[in-house]
Design a binder for this molecule. Sequence first.
Ligand SMILES: [Zn+2]
Length: 306
Amino acid sequence: MRLASLSVDLDEIPNYFSIHGLGAPPELSAGLVYDVALDRLRGLADAGRLPLTLFVIGSDVARTAARDGLRAALRDGHELANHSLDHRYDLVRLGREEIRRQIEAGADAIEAATGERPVGFRAPGYTITDEVFDVLRELDVAYDASVFPCPAYYAAKTAAIGAIALRGRKSRSIVDTPSVLRAPTRPYRIGRPYWKRGDGLLEIPVQVTRGLRLPFIGTSVTLAGPSRARLLAKMCIGEPLVNLELHGIDVLDADDGLEALRPHQPDVRVDAKAKIDAILAVVEELRGAGYTFVTMREAAAVFGTR
Ligand SMILES: [Zn+2]
């Protein structure tokens, strides 16, 4: 069996400003993910004939535009999952009580706004700990999708946080434990520590390629362009699940109102249409190799019983 899923973290624009240690974004661009990207993502899903899994930040659904967009996405057959209440990059350092509130209240907000309670969770910035897993277990979460066992990403993130500090700014992003690099790269039940196998919660790791474990995520696919994105997809073929994780910003570009991010993020310089083409090229490549696209919840149901 070959399953594939496309998930999208709907991180709103202020998160990117805080990663780079910039101030607040201009008001007009602060809501671009829900105001512009979500419709493009629904269009992408239509074109690719696949369901999306949308990881929603609970506090964002206070906006009517966000609520309406998510309800429309649900009607299209997409899954909504929990990306915490406030997307605190330092979630793991907040203490048990606040960790629980961030996760539970995130799910509550999404359920109140859409009528659907999410069953999946992804931590902000892919940073997770055994303590967070304990809370997920308490809250009966069906699957987690935060572990990213990717040496290239780990090195790049650690270097970027250092470089931002050298320029005298402070990134909100935090460095993860390198032990995450020892985690399995396919769906597994976590042990203790979570990067070992056990009989705990089902983890669906963020995708890396076979062998080199290159990141197979929105940023690498959209920066690669359609033909090299196909090569990256080929490097994942053979995996029982190929789980491509995007962000809302992957279907936006500088012209949408993100000029201020242009010096900080090369992906913002690529035309949105070209980025969507690269994602669809990957979908076509995987489908051609016999993959069926499902939501993460459906993938979890299959891999959770293995
Ligand atoms: Zn996020």
